[in-house]
Design a protein around this ligand. Structure first.
Ligand code: 3HC
Length: 326
């Protein structure tokens, strides 16, 4: 499959004849479906690509706590508050698994977090959009975690062992996240006229940013070809987006809401929905720091980090005392 890909695209992929014997042996392991473990030899590019992708993913989990965390105090019932608290807490756990997976590649969590706080690292574009009403909390769980699952289910098969194992665990929790979001949307869509309008409004605003989560179109994707040859990615950006649209439009119809994309239609021959692309100029603006909430998110993360300094200092002091006592 890899050789085929090299022949068919050649885009950004190191060709077999350009590889050293060690790189060829590594590629053969990947092609045979073996998992790569931290102490195994790996090309520097493989290691760097993994650090980039896993750390961006970890940052997304942590920054992703912010739009929902804002609503914990305003959840309308005790049950909804408990669910939201559990979900937001899960996201912190996901960040932790992912930072730990990245650390197996020889980087430190402190440095990765520093990159995030200094604005040097990316995190998912979706979290630079605001959550304006309670229905947004349902739409985030359903659409954002739903999109994340499409990607992450595929990533369970990624070639790097620690990343793959983190994904298996994360996917189980993400399923609960998406389910609770859809449950909230069902309540809103079946509620009063005003509640249904809130659900529709949330869907209209989050639909396009959810499509952007899968990354730029394949033709503009910088890393896909090499990442797929290394099986760091096992699905292209466009494939993921199509899967998401195919699974979500019937769910919108079941809710009795309108699909925000008026041109979307099922192609009976392919069995897939045809749909309109999101605004890619907006996407590139958002990932380059100019989205509706980028500055707010960075301020909030930096404040949380600064506010937690006393706790980290306490942990370090305790650890030093323990070492001194040994
Ligand atoms: N948001 C922000 N940046 C994005 C992006 C997005 N939605 N999509 C692409 N980019 C960035 C890439 O990181 C890359 O930037 P870089 O070169 O500066 O690192 C650039 O745009 C080019 O895009 P590519 O298609 O070449 O990038 P990738 O091959 O890395 O593909 C991806 C992008 C599909 C998002 C891939 O990185 C991936 O699968 N990542 C792991 C999954 C992930 O990060 N998910 C986050 C979702 S949110 C989440 O899980 C939280 C949960 O609680 C809901």
């Amino acid at each position: 499959m890899y050789a085929q890909m090299v022949q068919s695209t050649g885009k950004g992929v190191k060709r077999l004849e350009e590889m050293s014997p060690q790189e060829r042996a590594f590629q053969a392991r990947i092609d045979a479906g073996e998992k790569i473990e931290p102490k195994d030899w790996m090309p520097e590019g493989y290691r760097k690509t993994l650090i980039r992708q896993i750390s961006q993913h970890a940052h997304s989990e942590v920054v992703g706590q912010l739009p929902e965390g804002n609503w914990i105090t305003r959840a309308p019932t005790l049950e909804r508050k408990a669910i939201l608290l559990a979900k937001v807490q899960d996201e912190a756990g996901h960040g932790l698994y992912l930072y730990a997976a990245a650390e197996t590649l020889g980087v430190s969590r402190a440095d990765l977090i520093d990159d995030l706080l200094m604005g040097r690292a990316k995190y998912s574009s979706i979290f630079n959009y605001p959550t304006l009403n309670w229905a947004d909390i349902g739409a985030v769980g359903w659409l954002v975690d739903g999109a994340a699952i499409v990607n992450q289910v595929a990533l369970q098969r990624t070639s790097y062992g620690p990343y793959s194992r983190a994904m298996i665990r994360i996917c189980k929790e993400e399923s609960f996240h998406a389910r609770q979001g859809y449950d909230l949307m069902m309540k809103m869509a079946a509620g009063t006229k005003a509640q249904k309008a809130m659900a529709q409004d949330a869907l209209n605003r989050l639909w396009w940013p959810a499509l952007m989560m899968f990354g730029p179109p394949d033709k503009d994707s910088v890393h896909s070809a090499q990442s797929m040859a290394w099986k760091i990615k096992v699905m292209s950006n466009d494939e993921g987006r199509q899967r998401f649209v195919d699974q979500t439009i019937p769910q919108i119809e079941y809710l009795g809401l309108e699909v925000p994309d008026k041109a979307a239609r099922l192609n009976p021959e392919t069995g897939h929905y045809e749909f309109t692309d999101p605004d890619w100029d907006e996407f590139f603006a958002v990932i380059n720091g100019d989205g509706p909430c980028n500055a707010d998110r960075m301020r909030a993360r930096n404040k949380a980090h600064d506010d937690g300094a006393w706790f980290r200092d306490g942990l370090m002091a305790h650890a030093s005392k323990q070492i001194a006592a040994e």
